[in-house]
Design a binder for this molecule. Structure first.
Ligand code: AMP
Ligand code: TRP
Length: 343
């Protein structure tokens, strides 16, 4: 596999996506958005708002466009620069849906049956879920490969979907005897913030779908709310450990230390050296200050971007044209490789 990755000779390109389904939270920011910003100076970056993925579960048509602009505003407020990166919504670029169909005929049912995110989302009701929810990872592969993206910044929960993307790329290249046509993309997961946990349960991922709002810090929370949620965050009966070994078996403390370190751009060990042996009060109060200092400017900027929806629409539409210019020739090549009449 490693050899194949290197064998691809095309340009390096970054692709990632976020669904327009509800408020973004600290996990999305640290696991995805912060990494998006860091990459945009070094490579061509394509950052999509994946509204086709969103409709795999019911979305109110009256709210979908607003939710899409909400994510666009979060991208821009976090520092994604539309003059550098391509920021658009997926449904505006036909290549995604078209390539997803071709990949439906490449991916195997056995591969999709192993996807844990579908099992988690569907629970006991898998028979009642949309076919789209089951097929979700194939569309994700199409997103990435419609741009021949080589690097994909995501949180830890997307690891399995990216492995599937590599499997689809490799099988397409092999079955159609098109060596290295699609790159085998490299996930960019590592680093602080890859897996932020719930503030109420250190063993559960921080998630939009957690019924408790106190489990997460939303990018739309004001300073008071952020401070209150951190004060209420679950800890345990001990005190702050002084070193990494002391985090063993203490998932809530490890999570809070990880959040502090990621936001302040310091190491866990550094934070522990500062607070080791103390109670949680002072640490939490400082963490609240760090979180407010990092997130408040983003929240304020988001409000400013959202006050001009027409401007956001213009930014998205312009970027969709740029995205189409890249993806259309790639999908046209796919049609030729498959051998369609007239292609
Ligand atoms: P989603 O909200 O599911 O569309 O996720 C958008 C991005 O945020 C993806 O790259 C996810 O991997 C990432 N993400 C979601 N939740 C978390 C979390 N708790 N910790 C770190 N990254 C996350
Ligand atoms: N499935 C991703 C998530 O839920 C969103 C996504 C869709 C994505 N297409 C993508 C992420 C392509 C990276 C690359 O977070």
């Amino acid at each position: 596999m490693a050899d194949d990755t290197q064998a691809y000779k095309g340009p390096k390109r970054v692709f990632s996506g976020v669904q327009p389904t509800g408020d973004l939270h600290l996990g999305n920011y640290l696991g995805a958005l912060k990494k998006f910003v860091a990459l945009q100076d070094d490579m061509e970056c394509v950052y999509c708002i994946v509204d086709l993925h969103a409709i795999t579960v019911w979305q109110d048509p009256k709210e979908l466009a607003d939710q899409t602009r909400q994510i666009a505003a979060a991208y821009l407020a976090s520092g994604v620069d539309p003059a550098k990166a391509i920021v658009y919504n997926q449904s505006a670029v036909r290549a995604h849906s078209e390539l997803a169909w071709y990949f439906n005929c490449v991916a195997r049912i056995g591969w999709l049956n192993r996807m844990t995110q579908f099992k988690d989302k569907a629970g006991k009701n898998s028979e009642k879920m949309s076919v789209g929810l089951y097929d979700y990872p194939v569309l994700q592969a199409a997103d990435i490969l419609a741009f021949k993206a080589t690097h994909v910044p995501v949180g830890e929960d997307q690891k399995q979907h990216l492995e599937l993307t590599r499997d689809i790329a490799a099988k397409f290249n092999h079955d159609f005897n098109a060596p290295n046509f699609f790159p085998l993309c490299e996930p960019l997961i590592k680093g602080p913030g890859a897996r932020i946990m719930s503030l109420r349960d250190g063993t559960a991922k921080m998630s939009k779908s957690d019924p408790s709002d106190n489990s997460r810090i939303n990018l739309t929370d004001d300073a008071d709310k952020i401070a209150k949620k951190i004060r209420k965050a679950k800890t345990d009966a001990g005190e702050m450990p002084a070193d990494i070994e002391g985090l063993e078996g203490r998932p809530e403390i490890a999570n809070l230390v990880g959040i502090y370190a990621a936001l302040a751009e310091r190491t866990d060990a550094d934070i522990l050296a500062q607070y080791g042996g103390q109670g949680f009060g002072g640490f939490k109060s400082d963490l609240a200050d760090v979180a407010v200092a990092a997130l408040q400017p983003i929240t304020d900027l988001m409000v400013r971007y959202l006050s001009d929806p027409e401007e956001l629409n213009r930014i998205l539409a312009k970027a969709a044209d740029r995205a189409t210019e890249i993806a259309d020739p790639i999908v046209a090549d796919v049609r030729k490789i498959i051998g369609f009449c007239g292609s």
